[in-house]
Design a protein. Structure first.
Length: 305
């Protein structure tokens, strides 16, 4: 099996994870979470979102969190930005990288952004120009790249259309999201075959939700096709507010175990990620979904007998 020697993990738990939690964490706890993650060896952490608090009230303190974290010089601290007002606030908070977002599915885009795909492009273009003027990289999320809760299976050609437009606009990287976690390796293969005919693998990161337990299998397929960047969330946190039934992202610690055992380097320490996952588990007052945390929980219980 041809596999890369090194993979980059992009931690999205503080944003994509917490935005879907019913428990609203205190600002100080969010800051502590990011600070713990900054000690793990990660070089990319998506900290928060500048979507209007009316829509994502869990992250209403975005400016305060970004301004309070202890930044490490070798880590990119990113945030989700929907429009120019959000960009102004993100730049005020000295965000390192801006993430814009839209869907490959017309129906999901309408539910998530309240605009058609064609209506969304000019808004993202404006944000991108503003971010570039401030010397920030721009990451583009494409949601529902395999399946949509309203339209079912999404043809790779639809994903290609959105990808082409975002890359033409100057987006630095595309994160391809299986938002509702329905994808299987054969579908991932079909999607990447279509995209990699036109663009190099380094243009893409994969963002798998684990709703049906197929995220790690999909990651192995992506690795085989040359992808070396993956989004993940500690504890398997997350979900999509506009995709009923979607569960969390692939857990950072489960992905780390897989990569470590396959001999693929990440520079990230599993034990330190587990410490951060334990912290967030305690703050949320519930067990997180990852397999590695379940093992750690059992080991702690056994040691106390």
């Amino acid at each position: 099996m041809q596999l890369p020697k090194h993979v980059t993990l992009k931690e999205v738990g503080p944003r994509d994870g917490l935005q879907n939690e019913k428990t609203h964490l205190a600002t100080a706890d969010k800051v502590q979470l990011v600070n713990l993650l900054s000690q793990t060896g990660l070089n990319y952490i998506e900290v928060t979102s500048f979507v209007h608090p009316k829509w994502i009230p869990q992250l209403a303190d975005a400016v305060e969190v970004l301004q309070a974290i202890k930044r490490q010089k070798d880590i990119t601290y990113a945030a989700l930005v929907p429009n120019m007002r959000g960009l102004e606030r993100a730049l005020q908070a000295e965000v390192d990288e801006v993430s814009v977002f839209m869907s490959a599915s017309e129906s999901h885009n309408q539910s998530n952004i309240n605009k058609s795909i064609n209506e969304t492009f000019p808004i993202l273009q404006e944000v991108m120009v503003g971010a570039k003027a401030a010397h920030k990289n721009v990451r583009g999320y494409i949601s529902t790249v395999i399946g949509c809760p309203y339209e079912g299976y999404i043809q790779p050609e639809k994903v290609l259309r959105v990808t082409e437009k975002l890359l033409e606009m100057g987006v630095d990287e595309i994160s391809l999201g299986d938002t509702i976690g329905v994808g299987v390796p054969t579908q991932v293969e079909s999607l990447l075959e279509e995209l990699l005919k036109r663009y190099p693998a380094e243009n893409f990161a994969m963002h798998f939700h684990d709703t049906r337990g197929t995220a790690l299998a999909n990651i192995v397929q992506s690795l085989k096709m040359g992808i070396t960047k993956f989004d993940s969330a500690l504890g398997g946190l997350g979900g999509c507010p506009y995709a009923k039934g979607a569960s969390g992202n692939v857990a950072t610690e489960d992905l780390l175990y897989l990569l470590d055992e396959m001999g693929i380097k990440t520079g990230v320490e599993l034990n330190k990620v587990l410490e951060a996952a334990l912290f967030i588990e305690q703050k949320l007052g519930k067990a997180v979904a990852s397999k590695q945390m379940a093992i750690a929980r059992n080991e702690r219980s056994a040691s106390q007998l």
